[in-house]
Design a protein around this ligand. Structure first.
Ligand code: PGA
Length: 248
């Protein structure tokens, strides 16, 4: 089986210097081989957006940011970056609602951030996921539902929104959900998305401790459209290894 159309989204978080741009070389050439059809997207920190865009020119790799402001263009917001600025640099995607940016104050901004990203024509990767306490208290479904309904309220251009299911307790811990739980939760997300007919075609990804050892098992779960990969994506060999092993 191929991994055609499967998403491999690299979330570099607060890692990377100008030199790390060289670590894209192997991935760029890998993506050019055999008309590789998986969808590779790098989301470096803002400081590296332009360098990553330049380095991946003439390849099918695309670039995105890890967050954005609720104002689509410009404004007096010290330290903030808008969707327009991301687009100006050649970014095509933006991650919104990652658990590392989603704090109590941010939760009600997710919907506004998505709206502003769509206004600038960026594709959005909306992260949802329960914390360990939610899981222990059997609250996973209600948390996912709330995050989805609040995040996606009154939106259009729904084909430009990808959902990434990232259980918070899985991120950076080496622990991934049991297969049955993952199947169940992804299905729950898809069912919830059906509340609006507009969302039925949305892609649903999994994120949290994806690595070369667990990718084969994750690929066997057939309702997953791809992966949001943190730590393992910053090492080109490991990232390529994951993509190679995803062909089962
Ligand atoms: P991880 O991070 O792969 O290092 O667990 C995933 C993420 O936070 O998106």
């Amino acid at each position: 089986m191929t991994n055609n159309n499967i998403y491999f989204i690299a979330n570099w978080k607060m890692f990377g210097s100008l030199k790390s741009v060289n670590s894209l070389n192997k991935v760029v050439s890998y993506s050019k081989k055999n008309k590789y059809k998986a969808k590779i997207i790098y989301c470096p920190p803002y400081t590296l957006l332009k360098s990553f865009v330049d380095r991946t020119k003439n390849s099918n790799i695309q670039i995105g940011a890890q967050d954005c402001h609720i104002q689509p263009k410009y404004g007096p917001f010290t330290g903030a970056i808008s969707p327009k600025m991301i687009k100006d640099l050649g970014g095509k995607f933006v991650i919104i609602g990652h658990s590392e940016t989603r704090d109590e104050n941010d939760n009600n901004k997710i919907n506004l951030k998505i709206k502003s990203a769509l206004e600038e024509n960026l594709d959005v990767i909306l992260c949802v996921g329960e914390k360990l306490t939610d899981k222990k208290n059997n609250k996973t479904k209600s948390v996912l539902k709330k995050q989805l309904l609040e995040g996606l309220k009154n939106l259009n251009k729904l084909n430009k929104i990808i959902i990434a299911y990232e259980p918070v307790w899985s991120i950076g811990t080496g622990i991934i959900p049991k297969e049955n739980d993952l199947i169940k939760n992804i299905k729950f997300i898809r069912d919830t998305l059906k509340w609006s007919k507009k969302f039925t075609k949305s892609k649903v990804l999994y994120g949290g401790s994806v690595n070369p050892k667990n990718i084969k098992n994750l690929m066997r779960i057939d309702n997953i459209d791809g992966f949001l990969i943190g730590g393992a994506s910053t090492n080109e060999k490991i990232f390529i290894d994951i993509m190679k092993k995803s062909i089962i």
